[in-house]
Structure formats: structure tokens, C-alpha cells
Write a protein that binds this ligand. Structure first.
Ligand SMILES: Nc1ncnc2c1ncn2[C@@H]1O[C@H](COP(=O)(O)OP(=O)(O)OP(=O)(O)O)[C@@H](O)[C@H]1O
Ligand SMILES: [Mg+2]
Length: 504
């Protein structure tokens, strides 16, 4: 079968070689999964195919013809579309405007909004978001919904090759299912799909072939049926990960955080729960169920309308009006939106790591000890296997997963008693994921109170002592480890949308 897109000898170096002689064929109608550790070069390869980065050497052929796109537009005209790993929507524009950007329907210079909104509603319904109003400004959406809009903005275009760079990193199961439905349809139309993900379970479900990228080389390209996931992991990280128990050896301590009848906007409706020292409380729920809004309200990042938060068994409620108050009271929040809220993109890796903790490196007279700071930074970079040239490298140059590790380490460096993590492993590879799970487990064993929001249910079931489930802005269930099953959690996640809700 003639490949739709053929890559021959692709090379790309930055400070060090990233891709070294990549030969890869994408066949019509196949889903070709590309896996590899954070920094392996997956996004770099995607960017070359989509005309965003030129290769140093090597050639591309599209349906037998030479193909060397000079920019994104040229690639799109040739029918090659990329859904990028980082969100690239324009936050002040509406969902509809973002979906049809560069192709807005107009007459005599005026945008025809009724048509735009009709077209957008149709695209949204196809991808499983029939209830999302096309006129909503993108900045009002959570990361998961933004990701769906980004995907929708690629799906309506005529397409020969579709590249999806970690499309599901912030999606929960139902959205993944509607994305897969769309992918299968494109597949039946003969579109070649390059699918990049760190969620290996998904790859097992959707991929026909799997290629593994390691140290700049393609170390394997095999039929998915011939490559069990354990072998994929071994090829990716070059060692066995084994099975670890992330809940052993800790005992639940006194109460650290009690939330009572919390109301904040329409996504946080009468939420009450307790979280204890020495435990990890997982928070599950569908996209838009109020998970992020709940932790943001506790952290003082969004205003609370009513309800109380009690810390460490105090009978007086805490006053948390801003993140500054929260941090002073020993609460940390890792946000889900690393590009918008988590990173200082113009600063170095070191500065991003220590931005919250600089005073702890100061001497008695207030000088910051750069030596102590750098030593500590190097320790963390090594612990989480962050791939970068030096602590002074600009964070913007790191791969997505490596940026995420830096943001996680920033909060681990800071000695807070209550740690709220919203999607801590988003975009992080399997090896480093396990490192983060172990770090969370260690913190819990030291008596910290840890709350983890995740769209990855397998992950929550692996690390949590208890799981609270949100649905439609309400807490619908709480399970202990021996009581939960995947089905029970999913049922609780849906229940808020089925039963008639009483007004608070
Ligand atoms: N503009 C740049 N300048 C310098 N180095 C860069 C630049 N862009 C990427 N790199 C480096 O190239 C390597 C590969 O990055 P890439 O983003 O392709 O990785 P990835 O496989 O997509 O990783 P992830 O799973 O974390 O998304 C990384 O080590 C990264 O630091
Ligand atoms: Mg990437």
C-alpha cells in the first residue's frame, strides 16, 4: 500500500540532537501511535510534518510527491492538520470564532454570525458537545473543554493526515469516547492519523500500529496486536517499571481540611467533604463537573458565595479571600492550566522552580544563596528526570511533559500542609508519572494532606485512599479503597445529570 505520508532520514537538532534519521510511513486509514518519554521528540516530529519547524535534513513525500511545507498554511492546504499539545485558542474570542478562525463566513466584509454559530453548533454536536454554546468566550472554559474545541477546530477541515499531539491529556472517558468515534470515521474515509499519547490504555484501544521513539531514534514500529503494552513501556523507558503499591505504609492522621456547604458559581453547589493528614483524597468527575472550580474556590482563586472551610480541626472557619491567604495558611494549589496560570514562560527552569520558595534560600541578612538554590534545583530536576540542558535554560524550550514536572516540583519544594493538585500528571510519561505517584505517597506518609483531581480514573484508583465524585457541581458519592469499582464511580459521576436536582 502506498503510504499517505513517508518520512525519510528526518534529522533535527537543537542544543543536542532530538531526531536522528527518522524513517516512518503513515498509511491511509491507519491510526499510528507515536510514543516516547517526555522530550523524546514527538512534538518536534509533529511540528515538522505540519510545517511549523523545518527539519535539518531528510525528506517527506505526500502521496508519492515531494512535500516540504514552508509554514502551517502550506501544510493545511496540502491536507495535513495538527492538533497541538499546548492549547492555542484565542481566549477572548468565542468558541465558534476559534473553530473557524481563518475561515470565518463573511459577506461584504461582515462576519455572518448566524451562519457561523450554526456551523459551529454542528461541529460541536459531532464531537459530543451538543450543549456547548458556540458564543461562549473560550476563556470561560476549563482546560478539557478548550481541548475539545481545539480538536473540533481541526476536524471539520478536509484532511489527508491528522496529527493529534496528546489530544486527551485533559479529557475524561466520555469525551475520549466521542473523540475515538470521530477518529474511526476519519479512518474509514482513508485519513492517516498520527496519534501521540502517554495514556497507553488508549493506545491499546485505538492504534493499528505503534512506533516508539527513544533517544532520537525509532526503536520499533509494530502492529499493535503484536506489541503488548508492557513491551511498549520497556521500549520507551528502557527498563521495567514493575508494579508499585502507592498506598502502603501510611496511616490516616487528624483532619486537615473540612469543607462545609461550599457554593461558588454554578459549578460548586453545596460541596462538603473532609480531607485528612496522611491520606490522598482523589477527586473524580466528568469534564465540567466542578472539580477544578472546587479546588480553586478552596484556594481563594475564585470567590466563594457561601459555605465554610475549617483547617486543622479549628472550630473557627478560615478566612481565605485570595491565593495569598491560602498560601499563608499552608495550602498549595497546582493548577490544571500550566500554560495560562502555572508557568512563567519568559523565565528559566531554575526560576520557575524556586519562584515560591526563594526566601528559604536566603541567609540571615537576606542574600539569596544561588549555590544552595542551584543545588536544590539540580536535585529536583534529577529526581523527576526533567530533560533540559541546564537549570538556566528557558522553560519555554522544554517539552510539555518536562514543563509539567517543573511545576509539580515547585509545589513539592514548598512546605505546605495541604496540597491540592489539579491534573498533576497531565502530559507526563509513564516513568515520570510513577515518580510523581511515589512523591505524593511519600508526602502523605509524612503526614501531609493531599487532594488530587484527575481525569484519569485508573490513576486515581492507583494512588488514592478515598475518592470523592463530583457530578454537575455536586458531590454525589465518596468511596473508600475497598468499596469502589470503576462502574460505581462512573455511575456517581453521571448521577447528577440524570436525577432532577433540587435547588439549593
Ligand atoms: N525551541 C527549542 N529550543 C531548544 N530545545 C528545544 C526546542 N524545542 C524543543 N526542544 C527540545 O527538544 C526535545 C524534544 O522536545 P519535544 O517537545 O519534541 O518532546 P516530546 O516527545 O513531545 O515530549 P513530551 O512528551 O514532554 O511532550 C526536548 O528536549 C526539548 O527541550
Ligand atoms: Mg510533546
Amino acid at each position: 500500500m502506498r503510504p499517505t505520508l513517508a518520512m525519510r532520514g528526518l534529522c533535527k537538532s537543537y542544543a543536542t540532537p532530538v531526531l536522528d534519521g527518522i524513517d516512518l510511513d503513515l498509511l491511509p486509514g491507519e491510526v499510528h501511535a507515536l510514543v516516547g518519554e517526555n522530550g523524546a521528540g514527538k512534538s518536534t516530529l509533529s511540528r515538522i510534518l505540519a510545517g511549523l519547524t523545518p527539519p535539518d535534513s531528510g525528506t517527506l513525500e505526500l502521496e508519492g510527491e515531494p512535500y516540504s511545507p514552508s509554514n502551517k498554511r502550506a501544510a493545511e492546504q496540502a491536507g495535513i492538520h495538527l492538533v497541538m499539545q499546548e492549547l492555542n485558542l484565542i481566549r477572548t474570542l468565542s468558541v465558534a470564532e476559534n473553530i473557524f478562525l481563518d475561515h470565518l463566513p463573511h459577506r461584504a466584509g461582515w462576519i455572518r454570525y448566524p451562519q457561523l454559530h450554526r456551523d459551529a453548533a454542528e461541529v460541536l454536536a459531532r464531537i459530543g458537545l451538543p450543549h456547548l454554546d458556540p458564543q461562549t468566550p473560550v476563556e470561560q472554559l476549563g482546560v478539557g473543554q478548550q481541548q475539545m474545541v481545539e480538536i473540533a477546530s481541526r476536524l471539520w477541515r478536509p484532511c489527508r493526515v491528522l496529527i493529534l499531539d496528546e489530544p486527551t491529556a485533559a479529557l475524561t472517558d466520555p469525551e475520549v469516547a466521542s473523540l475515538f468515534h470521530q477518529i474511526r470515521q476519519l479512518q474509514s474515509q482513508g485519513v492517516a492519523i498520527l496519534y501521540i499519547s502517554h495514556r497507553l490504555e488508549e493506545i491499546r484501544q485505538i492504534a493499528n500500529r505503534i512506533s516508539v521513539l527513544r533517544d532520537g531514534h525509532l526503536v520499533a514500529t509494530r502492529l499493535a496486536t503484536e506489541l503488548p503494552i508492557d513491551d511498549v513501556v520497556r521500549l520507551m523507558v528502557g527498563r521495567e517499571l514493575g508494579t508499585a503499591n502507592f498506598t502502603a505504609g501510611r496511616t490516616r492522621g487528624p483532619i486537615a481540611l473540612a469543607v462545609r456547604n461550599l457554593h461558588a458559581g454554578d459549578r460548586v453547589q453545596n460541596i462538603s467533604f473532609d480531607a485528612f493528614r496522611g491520606e490522598i483524597l482523589g477527586v473524580s468527575g466528568l469534564m465540567g463537573s466542578g472539580r477544578t472550580e472546587t479546588v480553586r474556590a478552596i484556594f481563594g482563586a475564585d470567590p466563594i458565595e457561601s459555605g465554610q472551610i475549617f483547617l486543622h480541626g479549628n472550630t473557627q472557619p478560615a478566612t481565605i479571600r485570595s491565593p495569598r491567604d491560602a498560601v499563608r495558611l499552608g495550602i498549595a494549589l497546582l493548577t490544571e492550566d500550566r500554560k495560562g496560570q502555572g508557568l512563567f514562560l519568559s523565565l528559566a527552569v531554575r526560576e520557575n522552580l524556586t519562584v515560591n520558595t526563594l526566601p528559604s534560600f536566603a541567609s540571615a541578612v537576606g542574600w539569596i544563596s544561588r549555590i544552595r538554590e542551584t543545588a536544590s534545583v539540580r536535585g529536583w530536576l534529577q529526581k523527576l528526570q526533567v530533560r533540559c540542558d541546564s537549570p538556566e535554560q528557558g522553560i519555554a524550550q522544554l517539552s510539555g511533559g518536562n514543563q509539567q514536572k517543573v511545576v509539580v516540583a515547585r509545589w513539592l519544594l514548598r512546605d505546605c500542609d495541604i496540597l491540592l493538585f489539579d491534573e498533576p500528571t497531565r502530559g507526563v510519561d509513564v516513568g515520570a508519572r510513577f515518580e510523581i505517584y511515589q512523591l505524593l505517597a511519600d508526602l502523605a506518609a509524612q503526614g501531609k494532606c493531599i487532594v488530587v483531581v484527575s481525569s484519569d480514573l485508573t490513576e486515581l484508583m492507583m494512588i488514592s485512599d478515598r475518592i470523592a465524585v463530583l457530578s454537575n457541581g455536586r458531590l454525589t458519592a465518596e468511596f473508600t479503597r475497598h468499596a469502589w469499582t470503576q462502574d460505581k464511580i462512573m455511575a456517581a459521576a453521571l448521577s447528577g445529570y440524570l436525577s432532577p436536582t433540587t435547588t439549593p
